[in-house]
Design a protein around this ligand. Structure first.
Ligand code: HEC
Ligand code: HEC
Ligand code: HEC
Ligand code: HEC
Length: 151
């Protein structure tokens, strides 16, 4: 074996040792405990504070609203998509407030004209022009029964 190759071996050995030390320092302790990921990631995720309630939880107390919604175009939309995450309210309905958005901007999230959206799916209106004599959409539309126009 040529002399210059022999001299390279210790150099390689040093590189490999440095690599193993760095690898050992960088890989989290619980990596590989359950699979090819950090085991503690499960614990971290389980500890994230919950904020979302479920539609079913809302209906347990507000069954009258559910009946209303069953007859309406908005019945497939979750309560949460309009009223916010709601878990705080579910746990503490007397004190914890809940969103009740009915502004042009809010309803426009789904109904504003948007060429990227299919008009077969959602009817679109020009939210700046459509009955602009009133400020908010819910000044006229009942959000739970949208075809009921308020006087
Ligand atoms: C444990 C029973 C309970 C649950 C569960 C519950 N609510 Fe309520 N909610 C109440 C009570 C009580 C009030 C206050 C009295 C009222 O207006 O009926 C209220 C009021 C409201 C109001 C009116 C607030 C206001 O300022 O006028 C909205 C909107 C509402 N709830 C939506 C929801 C939604 C959405 C959910 C599901 C995320 C939900 N509620 C779950 C009991 C509940
Ligand atoms: C399309 C949006 C939308 C959806 C979906 C929706 N809400 Fe509402 N809700 C509103 C708005 C906006 C108001 C405020 C109405 C007002 O002030 O005139 C409201 C008011 C309420 C109120 C207060 C009492 C009342 O009748 O005004 C309750 C309770 C309520 N919603 C519960 C629910 C529950 C439970 C669901 C799901 C089954 C739900 N809502 C689904 C938009 C929505
Ligand atoms: C999360 C999306 C979403 C939000 C937010 C939303 N809508 Fe809707 N809306 C729908 C869908 C889906 C339908 C049923 C499909 C359709 O007919 O366009 C509908 C139907 C309607 C209709 C009946 C249209 C028809 O000819 O059948 C009216 C009116 C309406 N919404 C008004 C409102 C108002 C007012 C608000 C605000 C309080 C609102 N919507 C918020 C998704 C939404
Ligand atoms: C002054 C009352 C009034 C206000 C405010 C109002 N609407 Fe309407 N909306 C109506 C009436 C009445 C109709 C029936 C058809 C028409 O006159 O355009 C209607 C129809 C609709 C339709 C069905 C359109 C179709 O082509 O079938 C949608 C969707 C709608 N409104 C959504 C909204 C949204 C979103 C807002 C807020 C940006 C809003 N409306 C504000 C009174 C109102």
């Amino acid at each position: 074996m040529p002399e210059q190759l022999k001299r390279l071996f210790p150099l390689f050995a040093i590189f490999i040792i440095i690599f193993l030390i760095i690898r050992h320092l960088l890989i989290p302790d619980t990596f590989g405990l359950y699979g090819h990921y950090r085991g503690d990631a499960l614990k971290d995720n389980a500890n994230i504070e919950l904020v979302y309630a479920s539609k079913e939880a809302c209906i347990e107390c507000h069954s009258d609203i559910r009946e209303m919604l069953e007859m309406d175009e908005h019945s497939d939309i979750s309560c949460l998509s309009c009223h916010g995450p709601g878990l705080e309210h579910v746990e503490n309905p007397e004190t914890a407030n809940i969103e009740k958005p009915g502004s042009r901007e809010f309803c426009g999230r789904c109904h504003a004209i948007n060429p990227a959206r299919s008009t077969n799916m959602i009817i679109q209106v020009d939210i700046k022009e459509h009955h602009a004599e009133k400020k908010d959409c819910i000044d006229c539309h009942n959000p739970h029964q949208v075809w009921e126009i308020k006087e």
